[in-house]
Design a protein around this ligand. Structure first.
Ligand code: ADP
Ligand code: MG
Length: 428
């Protein structure tokens, strides 16, 4: 950190120093002396020249020297022929102050005084030598820059280090990403992006763990049952009895097949490169038709009613996924309902809202989030053959792919209420 800071500070100071040195050089080379200074020089020289007129010719040089000594101005009276740059002498005749510059960067102001003499005022061009105060001010200037940089950089560097630590820890298979980077930090957006990424990775790892765990468990049970049935079938002398065992094996095989199908269906939705197949559908006819189809295989004592709002004539969605979603919700409802199931669809506040309500036992409040996790079944013992706890996980994924969400609650009928919401997609 200190190394980074010093590096940046050095770079900035060097750049500033180079820039200001360059500026000085450019001004010295092309800039003219300040206009006020020129006028002052001219006035001084004209005043001295005027006084000289009254001084006898022999004493003029001493008079100027004495004036120079008194005033501290580098003034001298020189014979015209001693002055270099005679090209300018033509101009001198016209009684004006002429400026020349010598090789050492000194500026000479010349004024003709009498016939043979020239009054010369020499001034150092450019800035005056630096005083101690100048040095202190320069040091203060760079000190302030260092301070400002430090105030700005230090928290950023600290937060970056915290982020680096958190990412490294996450990478060390800790799978927990925790930083205390405050919302005001410059890198808060970066850290939130990391947080979202790691949450997703964490969820993926957890779901894969669950999946392999559940799959192995769900397969092992029917497998051992099959081994048992097979051994019994081999030993049985009675063909009718053997057939019974073979039927049991067949039903276990079907269970495994169903598991594999459900797992694959879910795994496809988990994939990152999944793409939606969007089109526009008339839900006013589609939803009742679908409900009818499911109801055909349902218990006779259950009635399914549908209520689709009249403005649902053009709903944009991936119908294959929506079909899966509704079937999953309906199959669950059919399993738990006592006599009534109600499917409703409406477009509200820019959201499509599809819900399935039943009059069964409902979902206990503490489980209303958990039921959407993969392989979660609340009634495992009582209802073994119903599925693998993937139905609601699939429902949730379908909604996520549509940019929406799903929630569980309590229905007006007294049982469970599942509501899927997704934004009205443009083109609808
Ligand atoms: N309509 C419902 N009423 C009561 N409980 C429900 C309902 N729908 C789902 N559940 C509970 O949520 C659990 C998860 O459902 P789901 O993911 O579809 O798995 P599965 O149907 O394979 O058991 C079910 O095991 C059940 O306990
Ligand atoms: Mg289900």
């Amino acid at each position: 950190m200190v190394r980074h800071f010093l590096g940046l500070f050095g770079l900035i100071v060097l750049t500033l120093a180079l820039a200001s040195w360059g500026q000085d050089r450019i001004l010295a080379a092309y800039g003219s002396a300040d206009a006020g200074e020129q006028a002052l020089t001219r006035a001084t020289m004209l005043a001295v020249a005027q006084q000289l007129a009254a001084v006898p010719a022999g004493q003029r040089r001493e008079f100027v020297a004495a004036f120079a000594a008194r005033s501290g101005v580098d003034l001298e009276l020189m014979p015209t022929r001693d002055v270099a740059g005679l090209a300018k002498l033509g101009q001198l005749a016209h009684d004006g102050v002429v400026s020349l510059q010598d090789v050492q960067g000194q500026s000479w102001s010349l004024l003709k005084a009498g016939d043979d003499d020239v009054l010369v005022l020499r001034a150092k061009q450019g800035s005056a030598p630096r005083t101690r105060l100048d040095w202190w001010l320069t040091a203060l200037f760079y000190g302030v820059i260092a301070l400002v940089l430090m105030v700005w950089l230090w928290p950023v560097a600290r937060d970056l280090r915290a982020l680096e630590g958190a990412v490294a820890k996450f990478g060390d298979r800790n799978w927990v990403f925790r930083t205390d980077i405050r919302p005001r930090s410059q890198i808060h957006a970066l850290s939130s992006a990391f947080h979202r990424m790691t949450t997703r990775i964490d969820a993926l790892i957890a779901s894969h763990k669950d999946m392999s765990h559940a799959v192995s468990h769900e397969i092992r049970t029917p497998l051992s049952r099959m081994q048992f049935s097979l051994a019994l079938a081999q030993d049985s002398a009675n063909p009718g009895e053997a057939q019974q065992y073979l039927d049991a094996i067949k039903s276990d095989l079907e269970a495994i097949d169903r598991l594999v199908t459900a797992t694959l269906e879910y795994a496809i939705l988990e994939r990152a490169e999944f793409s939606l197949n969007l089109a526009t559908y008339d839900f006013r006819t589609l939803i009742p038709a679908l409900a009818q189809q499911v109801a055909a295989h349902a218990r006779a004592d259950i009635s399914i009613t549908t209520d689709v709002s009249p403005d649902a004539s053009a709903v944009r969605c991936d119908m294959h996924l929506l079909d899966t979603l509704l079937r999953n919700l309906l199959h669950n409802a059919l399993r738990f309902a006592r006599s009534r199931i109600r499917v409703t669809f409406a477009v509200r506040d820019g959201m499509n809202e599809l819900s399935v309500a039943d009059d069964g036992p409902g979902i206990p409040e503490p489980d209303r989030l958990r039921v959407f996790d993969s392989f979660v079944q609340l009634d495992r013992a009582a209802d073994r053959k119903s599925g693998f706890g993937l139905g609601l996980a699939i429902v949730r994924r379908v909604m996520e792919w549509h940019g929406g969400s799903v929630s569980a609650g309590e229905s007006a009928l007294g049982g469970a209420l599942f509501t899927a919401r997704w934004p009205v997609i443009s083109g609808q």
